[in-house]
Design a protein around this ligand. Sequence first.
Ligand SMILES: NC(=O)c1ccc[n+]([C@@H]2O[C@H](COP(=O)([O-])OP(=O)(O)OC[C@H]3O[C@@H](n4cnc5c(N)ncnc54)[C@H](O)[C@@H]3O)[C@@H](O)[C@H]2O)c1
Length: 320
Amino acid sequence: LNRRVAIIGAGTIGRGWAVAFAAAGWDVRIHDASPGQALAAPATVQDMLRDLLGAGLLASEALAGVKPVMVCDTLEDAVCGADWVQECVAEDVSIKAEVFVQIEKHVLPDTILASSSSAIVASKFASDLASRHRVLVAHPANPAHVIPIVELVPAPFTDPGMIEHAAMLLRGIGKKPVVLSREVEGFLFNRLQGAVLREAYWLFEQGLATMADIDEVVKNGLATRWSLVGPFETSDLNYRGGLKEHGRRMAPAYARMGRQSGSANQWPQELIDRAHAARRELLAEQDWAARADWRDRTLMKLFRFRAALEDEDQPTWKDA
Ligand SMILES: NC(=O)c1ccc[n+]([C@@H]2O[C@H](COP(=O)([O-])OP(=O)(O)OC[C@H]3O[C@@H](n4cnc5c(N)ncnc54)[C@H](O)[C@@H]3O)[C@@H](O)[C@H]2O)c1
């Protein structure tokens, strides 16, 4: 293994992946169809690495081992000799399909070909490739250099060995991969996010609370708890008797709520416009980028704290 990764697309997610691989000592090559984007990437990557160092998520010895990100003018230069190709171009079936055709032409025969796709499944853009058995989705969350989760989604044609190999390499760079058994639009992350967002839009549309208060319930309640125990474990721990008792007491109410807000509700443009205006009152357009930076740096502190918690001795409940 050369520990060389090619990042195709140097936008938000491409840069995040570049940082994640570079921090683990990988050799990172980056290419973008827009040369300006690629040329700007190394400096951003340096800033992001420095932020990770400042947050205690990257050791100074590790920073010393980081190799400079190489900008490649052509896709071919980026992917040749790579062990891993991470496609990070726009969320568009035809753009992704074309990029994979190009990748396939120039890459080594056993390279992992991963897409950062947020919702599009690989069989929509990789079915016709000769090397489709090594194509998979590796979906990160934004900011990709901070949040450890990566969803690995096999297409029907993906070799299961590739998924295992990808999971192992991702763990090696400090990621926490989860593996889906098969394709579904939106995977786990965005389906769960979508369920909460649909309900949030409905509550906002109904005028049941301000947008700020709806976000507040998640920030200072649900999400803080979810950062330790997920929705299943939360419900299991909320009732003596576990999920069985939770279901007995709460399932009918949740079914009524789902029917009331409509689990398949849509967001008409007028509603989206109104919600957008409400957000801009809370956060002015000119403050948007600074707020996103604040989110990234604060998330780093949170993950540093979580890592410290995980280092503490934890009983293994399974054996109890
Ligand atoms: N932003 C997020 O929150 C997020 C999270 C997870 C996954 N994703 C997914 O990651 C992918 C990239 O998203 P992003 O937010 O980084 O987008 P972005 O717009 O910031 O970056 C995309 C980059 O791809 C480049 N590009 C377009 N066509 C290209 C081509 N043919 N060859 C090379 N480069 C090309 C563009 O110039 C641009 O720099 C998408 O599939 C997106 O859905 C995004």
